[in-house]
Design a protein around this ligand. Structure first.
Ligand SMILES: CC(C)(COP(=O)(O)OP(=O)(O)OC[C@H]1O[C@@H](n2cnc3c(N)ncnc32)[C@H](O)[C@@H]1OP(=O)(O)O)[C@@H](O)C(=O)NCCC(=O)NCCS
Length: 147
């Protein structure tokens, strides 16, 4: 793979992130929600992974007191299993820990083994479940924390 750059997301990345949302999720965030979170929300931080000028993945986190609540993590299908997701999570954790975040949390579909394995690789552990959390299928969410 050509050089992978992970950097902070900017306004110019909103189109790419919103497009990846549509490709990667069954209940994607709207363009407006992505814009609001990437550009206007002072508590959020987004990073993107770029290959040859194309955004191929992203992740976002909300800082709430000393907790980092990870919103979404996604990698374009053709770039999966190349450690792009790992690079994104690793940078997101480093940057937020340096900014004073002490623990991270997220929700993930119980059936999403790819994502669960990725999070486990970075120290996240299952700490509970939310029954019927996902409106489209009624699937349960695992709640994971990393301290
Ligand atoms: C989850 C996702 C972000 C992983 O991105 P990725 O770039 O493919 O992940 P990586 O290549 O860094 O893989 C990291 C680890 O996760 C695990 N993993 C990733 N994909 C996997 C798969 N399909 N099956 C099993 N394990 C998998 C492996 O343990 C892997 O480590 P290894 O390659 O050293 O064995 C990607 O599959 C994706 O975008 N999925 C759709 C969106 C989504 O579900 N996001 C999570 C929402 S909570």
């Amino acid at each position: 793979m050509a050089e992978l750059i992970v950097r902070r997301a900017e306004k110019k990345d909103v189109d790419s992130i919103a497009e990846l949302e549509k490709i990667c999720f069954t209940m994607p965030w709207s363009y407006e929600s992505v814009y609001q979170d990437v550009v206007e929300n002072k508590r959020s931080l987004y990073v993107v992974a770029e290959v040859e000028g194309t955004v191929v993945g992203y992740a976002g986190v909300w800082g709430i007191a000393d907790e980092g609540h990870i919103t979404n993590v996604a990698v374009a299908p053709e770039f999966r299993r190349l450690h792009v997701g790992s690079a994104i999570i690793s940078v997101l954790i480093d940057v937020t820990v340096n900014a004073g975040i002490k623990k991270h949390t997220l929700e993930v579909r119980k059936s999403n083994l790819a994502a669960i394995r990725l999070y486990e690789k970075y120290g996240f552990k299952e700490c509970g479940q939310r029954k019927g959390y996902y409106e489209d299928t009624g699937e349960d969410a695992l709640i994971m924390w990393r301290e």
